[in-house]
Design a protein around this ligand. Structure first.
Ligand code: NAP
Length: 465
């Protein structure tokens, strides 16, 4: 939470979501401090864009090594600031290291000049960096969200200024220190500890070339509006209401496990968490029982315990909002099959919850529920299931559960309006595959060659013989 002091420098004080104990206070940056960071990053980026890709890769591989050497400390920081289980935190640090290695190894081929056959000229397309990219990032994967932007952006020769979510200031500063310790030029990647109200001025700053935001639809709209006003490139990774279709030929126990894993990733606080489970009528009752069993296996526990699968949510306010969505859904006709009650203990706790008979007019159907709440929606058949899945303002991830792989592949590839569709597995981001959405889930892509090419100048060069 940020508060302002008399020098107009905010102070960011963290709260442990598991216990509500106050954490550390971090002095933040004024608008002027943030503008200075953008200026220094732009100065550092000018020579950086001329370094060879091998030199950049050397630093990026070192960033992976630094991450791994500090993994216990970084995972503990995530637990303290936003409640992530230590097991998930360690996996997240490892995933960031893998992404650094991926872009260190692959950036040269992703950004290699592309020759074009044109009579009488040598012609090619080249990919030059844009400059300094402002990254506005969320708390839910406090390291991964940043590294999946930063690793490709820095490898492409850009600089970065990070405005992280206000509840993870320690993570924000730790990320800056990882790049510094890895030997990247000073100021090339900087963290500005500022509130969201400071973002517009940074977008307008002449030293910022482009902006990427991962977060909610309102934040995306505000950033896109500010970027549009000054005609700067932006990439938006926004919310999701991911649908998983459970077809009549699915192995229901296996399907329920995939659906529970999809829903419970990061205690349900993921843009690509499965949120709507659309089940064909003839297997609906059997699937309900299987999903309740699979969801109940996620017992709440101390996030520092390596056996814990469900820790607290990020804040009591977020937990209360989820509970209100569940209660309103039940009032509007949803059937509560599991959970749905507030635990007595202090902290941002919410149990695994399953709602059936979810339909239009209920928050569990119409809104993004950002917690451990699975919504079961009945469909008459495959055709209706696809129609329900696509009748959403979002289009991020999606899944199909079926024993007929050809059928699953057809639906995933051709029918679902989403940036990602997986058959018989839960959607996960991967540095080798593009990540992003359609409709209100945003535009642009992260990861893979598509991601690294978002923040480059795709330049046509022609040399007449
Ligand atoms: P949020 O409120 O939008 O916050 C995300 C970031 O945007 C934070 O740094 C926040 O700063 C900043 N921000 C908020 N309002 C802003 C504004 N009007 N102008 C500029 N910056 C602003 O998101 P959240 O609710 O914490 O995170 C959950 C949302 O993110 C969910 O909808 C989830 O689906 C989405 N998400 C999407 C992806 C993806 O890849 N598609 C990944 C993860 C999460 P403060 O913290 O200072 O407010």
């Amino acid at each position: 939470m940020a508060t302002s002091d008399t020098n107009t420098r905010p102070v960011f004080t963290t709260t442990n979501p598991a216990t509500l104990a106050p954490g550390k206070s971090y002095p933040g940056h004024s608008a002027e401090d943030a503008a200075n960071k953008a200026r220094l990053a732009a100065e550092a980026q000018r020579p950086w864009r001329r370094t060879g890709i091998d030199e950049r890769a050397r630093h990026m591989k070192q960033a992976a090594a630094v991450l791994r050497s500090r993994r216990d400390e970084l995972a503990a920081l995530m637990t303290e600031e936003m409640g992530k289980t230590v097991t998930d935190g360690l996996a997240e640090v490892e995933k960031c290291a893998t992404a650094c290695e991926h872009f260190a190894a692959r950036a040269a081929s992703y950004l290699a000049r592309e020759p074009v056959a044109i009579d009488g000229a040598r012609a090619f397309v080249t990919f030059n960096p844009l400059g300094v990219v402002l990254a506005v990032m969320p708390w839910n994967f406090p390291f991964w969200q940043v590294f999946r932007f930063a690793a490709p952006a820095l490898m492409a020769g850009n600089g970065g200024v990070l405005k992280h979510a206000s509840n993870v200031p320690g993570c924000a500063l730790a990320i800056e220190s990882v790049f510094r310790d890895a030997g990247f030029p000073e100021h090339l990647f900087a963290t500005a500890l500022v509130p969201s109200a400071a973002v517009k001025a940074l977008i307008e700053d002449g030293n910022i070339a482009a902006v990427t935001l991962t977060g909610s639809v309102p934040a995306g709209r505000s950033v896109a509006t500010a970027a549009g006003a000054v005609l700067k490139k932006c990439v938006l990774e926004l919310g999701g209401a991911d649908a998983y279709l459970v077809l009549e030929d699915a192995d229901l126990r296996a399907a329920a496990k995939v659906c529970a894993a999809a829903r419970m990733v990061n205690a349900g606080q993921s843009c690509i968490a499965g949120k709507r489970f659309i089940v064909v009528r003839e297997v609906r009752a059997a699937f309900e029982a299987a999903l309740v069993e699979a969801m109940a296996a996620y017992e709440m526990g101390d996030p520092r315990d390596p056996h814990t699968r469900l820790g607290p949510l990020q804040s009591v306010a977020a937990r209360d909002q989820i509970h209100a969505q569940v209660e309103a859904s039940v009032r509007a006709g949803a059937r509560l099959l599991l959970g749905g009650t507030l635990p007595a203990q202090a902290g941002a706790w919410y149990p695994p919850t399953v709602l059936a008979d979810v339909r239009t007019g209920q928050p569990a159907h119409d809104e993004e529920v950002f917690g451990p709440v699975a919504a079961i929606i009945e469909a008459a058949d495959e055709r209706e299931a696809i129609a329900i899945a696509n009748a959403s303002e979002f289009g991020l991830g999606s899944g199909v559960l079926t024993s007929n792989l050809a059928r699953g592949e057809r639906i995933a590839a051709d029918e679902l309006d989403a940036g990602m569709s997986f058959v018989n597995d839960n959607v996960r981001s991967d540095p080798r595959m593009p990540f992003g959405g359609v409709k209100h889930s945003g535009f642009g892509r992260e990861c893979a060659g598509f991601g690294i090419r978002e923040f480059v100048n795709v330049k046509s060069v022609q040399v007449k013989a």
